[in-house]
Design a protein around this ligand. Structure first.
Ligand code: FES
Length: 175
């Protein structure tokens, strides 16, 4: 009985015998490689957060000096919010809120949790951080709900001749 001839190695192309791994094996990512990738990614994120914290501690933002013009008072109707920035040793975004006739507030726009941009919700009468449903008082900037650990930094608003200015809030020494 004639035996079936085994595959002749000379029929296999040279590149295939040099790299005897199937395409499926070559593109397969095993559990160990995936865990290694996740470990490296977590390490990189932790390092990034560490750099941000160290930078914040090493270079704290300087207190605001003097008054800064924001806009004309008639540009922001009652119930509206106006975004602006102040450039010092860094660019800090703020929101100006026209709470009621003659009642203005200005707060830093970076949430004290993970620095998402907050916004004034006139329908709720509160400042909302949309990232993790944090809420702040539109009157004082205090945390009302959610994960933010601290109040929003606040500036004093001064209206002069129909123009809105902000300056560093005076600390109340009696408290
Ligand atoms: S970043 Fe604002 S609640 Fe998380």
């Amino acid at each position: 009985m004639a035996k079936k001839e085994s595959h002749d190695r000379s029929e296999i192309p040279a590149w295939k015998s040099d790299f005897p791994i199937s395409e499926e094996q070559a593109t397969h990512v095993n559990r160990r490689e995936f865990a290694k990738f996740l470990g490296l990614l977590s390490g990189a994120l932790a390092l990034g957060n560490g750099v941000i914290v160290i930078r914040a501690l090493a270079f704290p933002s300087k207190p605001l000096e003097g008054e800064h013009f924001v806009c004309n008072a008639d540009e922001v109707a009652v119930g509206e919010m106006f975004q602006f920035e102040i450039r010092g040793n860094e660019i800090i975004p703020y929101i100006l809120i026209h709470l009621e006739e003659g009642e203005w507030r200005a707060f830093e726009q970076k949430c004290t949790h993970l620095t998402c941009a907050v916004r004034y919700r006139e329908d709720l009468g509160k400042i909302e951080c949309p990232c993790h449903h944090g809420f702040f008082s539109a009157d004082t900037g205090e945390v009302l709900q959610g994960p933010p650990p601290r109040s929003l930094p606040r500036l004093e608003v001064v209206i002069k001749e129909g123009k809105v200015y902000v300056r560093e809030e005076k600390q109340d020494k009696t408290v």
